[in-house]
Ligand binder design. Sequence first.
Ligand code: EPU
Length: 420
Amino acid sequence: MEQFVVTGGARLGGSVSVLGAKNAVLKHLVATLLAPGSHRLENVPGILDVHIMCRVLEHVGASCAIAGSTIDIDVPVHLRPEAPIDLVRQMRASILVLGALLARCGEARVALPGGDDFGSRPIDMHLGGLESMGATFDLVHGVLHATAPDGLIGADVHLEFPSVGATENLLLAGVMARGTTTIGNAAREPEIQDLAAFLGAMGARISGAGTSTIVVEGVPSMSPAIHRVVPDRLEAGTYLVAGAITGGDVTVTDCVPEHLRMELRKLVEAGCEVTTGDDWVRVVGPERPLPVDFATLPYPGFHTDMHPQMVALLTLASGTSVMTENIYSARFRYVGELNRLGAEVTLEGQHLIVRGVATLSGCPVDACDIRAGAALVLAGMVADGYTTVVDAQHIDRGYHDFVPKLASLGAEIRREDVPG
Ligand code: EPU
């Protein structure tokens, strides 16, 4: 067990680059299962979730060789169509092997997924869509047994909500299905566009990715491909809020500013100076943030995975902000930890009422999940004294070199083993 120890008070300055998006590369790794042969993914972050997904692939029969930010994946002709319960429980993205294995093998055995505790996270839309494509499911001792003995057949699927994972599972299932699959009310996230680009390089015929209607014309087979993963807008956004909260001056490079449009707009409303170039964003933080109301929504709305970091910033605002969480029913466990630091945040239904305070005061807090953990580190950077963020492995699931990157910007932060 490790923890991060942060000493408050430093104003961050300088520039930091980001790698490829966790929420893209995890899906690209699964997509490689669709075509036997040697694939290569570049710009891959060395994070825990990538290692877990590589172990899922290895269990299925593929081999993954990681060298720096490149992964070479070798996919055999014959796969073992199952994902083990101990890995799937650790990471919700493993549910995507369902679509890919059904497409490749006509069957799959996948444990029900775990992942961050944000309230109930059903997979009804994944299963409903795959059922329309000819799959049948049986739940046996917590493991889904899926079959499509006659192969998957293209279908018209309209999602009840633009679920990222359901859109991706249907894309993976549709690329080699017989006929045309139409995904209506599809998620429009940049990571989905990037998955479609990778699948396109493998020979898939997909149109409309990035819009609410994606059309997939099934092809009989796919080939291996090389792909550079889209930059991580959440990693970029987190370092920009780190600059903002410390009243610093931080530039994030190798990112796509367009993918952070709503988050940058809210930083401007909070009093930050924001400038952008083709692949960089610079944020100069205010002496004290202004209060801002915001609501999380599917892309291009404000990203739910940037909500805790933005709330951390607003704990110090010169007034009261209201945040509405529309994606998850219970992404609020970290609020108690922020309040332990002296913040005044109250939960009312799906709303957080954030009453700005003048100072925070360091103490031990629990990371809770990836983004909450990052937000608590940011709060610790402006809290008086030391803040110890325990359960730091949550943060390692999503951020590559989090401590060295923040330290390179001037943060006083170190990683240490939990005593005992
Ligand atoms: N939902 C259902 N039924 C379904 C699928 C989803 O009710 O069949 C609900 C979920 O319970 C949730 C909402 O729909 O309340 C959104 O879920 P979605 O399927 O869009 O999310 P996801 O695919 O499970 C991905 C990211 C999350 C990110 C969300 C939303 C990955 C691996 N995870 O999850 O990222 O919060 O999209 O943008 O891509 C993170 O990186 O920290 C993280 C949690």
